[in-house]
Design a protein. Structure first.
Length: 441
């Protein structure tokens, strides 16, 4: 389709994010419409969404209630200044969100993306210790293979080499724990793998190296999605919590993917029963319909800032579009849809069927691991010698040609269908992947 590069619909000017631009523009894949579980392509084909867009459209596409809420809000109040002013839906949404999440995570800071949520959480952690008079706690600890978005904070604590290596020296004072991926002991686990709780003790090593009094916070994804779907080993998160408690380190869960039902509970906090101090979310909060993120903090964190003169700003942080009216309207409607259609329970009910379906791929060519939890699965392929990622990318293209959208990261296929998926659609997604795996070299 190179001719199209000279038409008014020129594909050239748009520098696409996390995309092989030249490959894409030589053979573009364009969606023009979406409803329920399906996208419609520009050549009028239906494509079954095996990835909830990018892990965000948890309630499926074009839910009428969400569409109407956005339309109405655009007419009623398009924008209100985010600083020193407010609008009612921002407060209503915050109240509903804190009522949903367990424990005393009872204040919310709004952002526009997962990356902004992560940078917000890291800044709050640093400023919190300072507000308490603990200003030596400036180090941030992440984990190898972590994905925390693309801000400088997020890539600094993140642990995916290509997201870091091109961007200079990143934030100072960051260290990383070992990742938990251990296929030699845990391949083909269903749910949480048996082995690896002791990897949390890597935090003890970092504490011994730097001194606990220099460490502000540890950030992990309770279930790591974008790096290729890595489940926390049994006991790992509990141990991490205990070590953070021992040394006064804040624990941040990055729930940008796990939040809003993906594991069959509202949050991973519920699913694993481990209480962090800060939770970052985005994506599913507004069903991907309007960009939004939300950072939850425990009561004591908010309170630590509420000192000083009452007319003084307590936290010098925020975005022009924090709690944007359209995003708030979309999120409130999204929460209604989750509740009215009981989608988190639906996810939990479907999870065993989904688990059996994805594990049926075990003996197919190239498959070296299958792992799953809730409505998430990772299918790891053996890399082609000398050509990492090529096999999975070919699988992605072939699935798309056959009408199924999957996502790949490295040589791992990541599945995360909208929570409205049904059993026949799960069969279609998995059956298409099976056909493709038999077909590719
Ligand atoms: C765990 C996690 N954190 C942060 C992000 C970044 O979110 P965004 O792309 O909205 O900035 C993602 C995106 O996939 C994510 O999975």
């Amino acid at each position: 389709m190179p001719d199209s590069l000279n038409t008014p619909n020129d594909l050239a000017p748009f520098w696409m994010p996390f995309t092989a631009n030249r490959q894409f523009k030589s053979n573009p894949r364009l969606f023009v419409k979406a409803e329920g579980m399906h996208y419609t392509t520009s050549d009028n084909r239906q494509v079954l969404d095996g990835t909830a867009g990018l892990w965000c459209v948890n309630a499926g596409h074009a839910q009428p209630k969400i569409v109407e809420a956005i339309q109405q809000q655009a007419q009623e109040l398009d924008y209100a200044p985010a600083f020193q002013m407010g609008h009612p839906k921002a407060f209503e949404l915050a109240a509903r969100l804190v009522a949903m999440i367990p424990g005393d995570l009872d204040h919310v800071f709004f952002t526009n993306s997962g990356s902004e949520s992560v940078d917000t959480a890291l800044k709050i952690a640093l400023a919190y210790h300072r507000a308490k008079g603990d200003a030596s706690r400036t180090r941030l600890i992440g984990r190898e293979r972590g994905y925390h978005g693309v801000g400088f904070g997020g890539i600094s604590v993140g642990g995916i080499v290509n997201n870091r290596r091109f961007f200079g020296s990143l934030l100072a004072g960051v260290d990383h724990m070992r990742h938990t991926h251990d296929p030699a002991r845990n391949a083909f686990s269903r749910g949480q793998p048996e082995h690896g709780a002791e990897l949390a003790d890597d935090l003890e090593r970092i504490v011994a190296l730097h001194g606990a009094e220099t460490i502000a916070a540890v950030i992990v994804e309770p279930m790591a999605g974008s790096t290729g779907v890595l489940m926390p080993p049994k006991g790992y998160l509990e141990r991490l919590r205990a070590i953070c408690d021992k040394y006064g380190i804040l624990l941040i869960f990055d729930e940008v993917i796990t939040g809003f039902g993906r594991l069959g509970s509202p949050f991973a906090v519920d699913h694993f029963g481990v209480m962090p101090d800060i939770v970052t979310t985005a994506k599913g909060v507004s069903n991907g319909a309007v960009p939004m993120g939300a950072v939850f903090v425990r009561k004591g964190i908010y309170d630590a800032f509420m000192n000083g003169p009452e007319n003084a700003i307590e936290l010098f942080h925020g975005y022009t579009y924090s709690a944007h009216p359209l995003a708030c309207a979309a999120a409130l409607a999204t929460l209604d849809v989750y509740r009215e259609q009981d989608l988190f329970q639906r996810c939990a009910d479907l999870a065993p069927y989904f688990e059996d379906a994805v594990h049926s791929l075990k003996d197919l060519p190239h498959v070296i691991d299958v792992r799953n939890m809730g409505l998430v699965a990772g299918i790891e392929l053996e890399a082609r010698p000398g050509a990492p990622t090529a096999r999975a990318f070919e699988a992605f293209l072939k699935c798309y040609d056959k009408g199924v959208l999957i996502r790949t990261t490295g040589d791992i296929i990541a599945l995360s269908p909208p929570l409205i998926v049904d059993k026949a659609q799960i069969d279609t997604i998995v059956g298409t992947i099976a056909d493709v795996l038999k077909d590719i070299a």
